[in-house]
Write a protein that binds this ligand. Sequence first.
Ligand SMILES: Cc1cc2nc3c(=O)[nH]c(=O)nc-3n(C[C@H](O)[C@H](O)[C@H](O)COP(=O)(O)OP(=O)(O)OC[C@H]3O[C@@H](n4cnc5c(N)ncnc54)[C@H](O)[C@@H]3O)c2cc1C
Length: 355
Amino acid sequence: MAGIINATPVADPQQYKNVFVFLETREDKLLRPALEMIGVGKTIANKVNEKLYCIILGSDLKDMADEAVSYGCDVVLGAESPDLKTFRTMPYSHIVSNFVKSEKPNIFLIPATRNGRDLASRIAVSCQAGVTADCTEIDIETDTRILLANRPTYGESMLAEILCKRHRPQMATARPGIFPIPEKLKSPKGEIRINKVKIDKSLLKKEILEFRKKEAIDLTAAKVIVAGGMGLGKPEGFKMLGDLSNEIGGVIGATRPTADMGWITRDHQVGQTGQTVRPRFYLAAGISGKIQHIMGMKNSETILSINNDPQAEIFKYSDYVIVDDVYKVVPALLEEIRKYKKEHVGIAVENRESS
Ligand SMILES: Cc1cc2nc3c(=O)[nH]c(=O)nc-3n(C[C@H](O)[C@H](O)[C@H](O)COP(=O)(O)OP(=O)(O)OC[C@H]3O[C@@H](n4cnc5c(N)ncnc54)[C@H](O)[C@@H]3O)c2cc1C
């Protein structure tokens, strides 16, 4: 049969208002992707003169709610219970879906973290909405209030703009590390509505016995990244990059094939299937610049690439390039930096952002 069949009723857009974002937390702190959501949510809310609502769940919300307001949230909707201290799919999706059903947002944004993806799909089903996953650009058409959700497609070679015209809320998940954290407001004003809730036992079938922290590298907070690719030729190349990285207060990044080869652990991988980063300085050593890698690091403030191929693709994305062998360039850089630091005692580079 020809034509489109509407499986679910078409929503009346006039009944849906404001931009909502979900704030992901860990150990009673807003995570960086939560702040990124506030930034992008506020930007599109301002464009259509609507309010930014932040949904937050946890066991002790006061400080986090204040922080959300300080970054520009107009209304914080909170649900507080000891059972919500840690993300759990069932109670979280149940409560957030209820917020969405009762408040009727026009737009609802969720970070595309592991928990965010889990949550978004369940809420979309529960609210009979769609969700555009893993967006890297988000905007709004001001006259229609239609969300312009852009996400890479065809192996990141193209950008697809996906519109949801018939159903509400218009939902999207946003790739972490892409959207900037907003400035704190000088005199923030916001309404905080936190309700203590009791969680139905049927939603708490899984019991969390213990949390073990995985020793994983968080590249998203790094200000300096020294990344290596297959041009290193052997795992020991990362040892050399480690020396340089230590000297300049950086952390090690890597391309996917180097992680596939076991030269370095997967948590160092930058790119489409790794982490998306935006450090102040990104050094790419022996990296060709395939689009899947570029997607993860192109927002770095300054990029220096070292490659022995003068035609290397990565040079198109770089601010500075050195055409030579990594094994000549990196030791020479290291020597120069050490010499410089010796002559200018007291130089220290602080890599991590203060939390
Ligand atoms: C679905 C999908 C997802 C992917 N996700 C990711 C991802 O998240 N991250 C990622 O990185 N890749 C990803 N890839 C792989 C990606 O397509 C590339 O294969 C990969 O980024 C290439 O890694 P590379 O630059 O280390 O290696 P290569 O492409 O082999 O490049 C090595 C470079 O080193 C240079 N070189 C060689 N020797 C030297 C030397 N002695 N000194 C200086 N330069 C030298 C060469 O000129 C070359 O440019 C993905 C691919 C697919 C299909």
